[in-house]
Design a protein around this ligand. Structure first.
Ligand code: PLP
Length: 387
């Protein structure tokens, strides 16, 4: 009989991935499925970035890379973050940065505070590394944001990390400088707590976005900033993310990565260097496109019976409350509601429980407007009882 290691007992493929796979399987059976379930921009990778990758390949940049990243990319990241290159690690996606950090720091039973809704993988990565996720529900009325009082109440002597993510997947929330400073004030009273600030949706903001390292410099000695090219530059498949933090932490993360993947792909790092140093014009155009999609989706959803949808301030998701619609359609859980939408209406969305906050769903608007419109029409028809 196959034995699963205790450290991954109960660990399954992410619910978001499972839903996308089920949608793809239905499509393969000939169903006309609309999947608004994936956290991936539909835009192509910018041409200049692809050209840089091509050049790197023909120039012979096809060898192993240093474990912590190429000198060029680390220098570009450091310049962008006003940090030093030795404070930077490059990994195979932001996800590996987070996994490295947890594997490098958590002892069994260490607590990691995560405001819900949170990106599904946070809790799984923490458990895989032997830690205990401490989930703090954040109210829709608070913009799904962690309040200083809720943070204070969640901290214990065993708290090792606070995981913050803004712009947020799935809520789109962005903290103002004042809100960040208020959280910093709490953290300054708890020096045992480190902070992971996941800023992978930077540049996909509809209100001003502030990096935690800039607003709260007093936290820098225990702050890991996570970022990358996946979302803003439409480079999910290139697998380049990075962490910026204290050198001791970065070295420990490098020790983990050195035994798992080694340095990230040489060609992808050259491409990421070109992305990061290539100016912001492409980001501005795409942000404007995302804003138009957001407005389309929010106004349509908010007009539907039993659905309350706030306009997100960033990223490319909406996270409406659907408890009214669930009740009207006779579904006890958001998961049952989403199963029904896929099975009966060929629409794939992700239930809020995957993000630690049931009673909601996540719809990604990183799709063409025509596809969004088709999905919204299907949802409206489903709620009207049409087939
Ligand atoms: N962090 C958040 C909040 C995300 O939503 C995602 C991707 O969905 C990641 C990190 C992972 O990014 P990457 O594809 O660079 O590993």
């Amino acid at each position: 009989e196959f034995h699963r290691a205790a450290r991954i007992r109960g660990l399954e493929i992410s619910e978001i991935v499972q839903i996308s796979e089920r949608a793809a399987a239905r499509k393969a059976l000939g169903h006309d499925v609309v999947a608004l379930s994936t956290g991936e921009p539909d835009f192509p990778t910018p041409e200049a970035v692809i050209a840089a990758a091509h050049k790197a390949a023909t120039d012979g940049k096809t060898r192993y890379t240093p474990t912590l990243g190429t000198a060029e990319l680390r220098a570009a990241i450091a310049a962008d973050a006003k940090a030093r290159p030795d404070q930077v690690i490059v990994s195979c996606g932001a996800k590996q940065v987070i996994a490295n950090a947890m594997l490098a720091t958590l002892e069994a039973g260490d607590e990691v505070v995560m405001p819900a809704p949170f990106w599904t993988s946070y809790a799984d990565i923490v458990r895989m590394a032997g830690g205990s996720p401490v989930i703090v529900s954040c109210a829709m009325a608070d913009g799904f944001k962690l309040t200083p009082a809720a943070l204070e109440a969640a901290l214990t002597p065993r708290t090792r990390w606070l995981m913050l993510n803004a712009p947020s997947n799935p809520s789109g929330a962005i903290y103002s400088p004042a809100e960040l400073s208020a959280l910093e004030a709490v953290l300054l009273r708890h020096p045992q707590v480190w902070v992971l600030s996941d800023e992978i949706y930077e540049h996909l903001n509809f209100i001003p976005f502030h990096r935690l390292a800039d607003v709260a410099p007093d936290l820098r000695g225990r702050l890991l900033t996570v970022n990358g090219v996946s979302k803003a530059w439409s480079m999910t498949g290139w697998r380049i993310g990075w962490g910026i933090g204290p050198v001791d932490l970065i070295r420990a993360m490098g020790a983990v990565q050195g035994q798992v993947t080694s340095g990230a792909c040489s060609i992808a790092q050259a491409a990421a260097t070109a992305a990061l140093t290539g100016g912001t014009e492409v980001l501005d155009v795409r942000r404007d496109a995302m804003r138009a999609r957001r407005d389309l989706v929010v106004s349509a959803l908010d007009a539907m019976p039993g659905i309350e949808c706030a306009a997100p301030d960033g990223a490319f998701y909406v996270f409406p409350r659907i408890t009214g619609a669930m009740q009207a359609q006779g579904h006890a859980t958001d998961a049952a509601f989403c199963d029904w939408l896929l099975a009966e209406h060929d629409l794939a969305l992700v239930p809020g429980r995957a993000f630690g906050l049931p009673g909601h769903l996540r719809l990604s608007f990183a799709y063409a407007e025509s596809e969004l419109q088709t999905g919204l029409d299907r949802l409206a028809r489903a709620l009207n009882g049409d087939t």
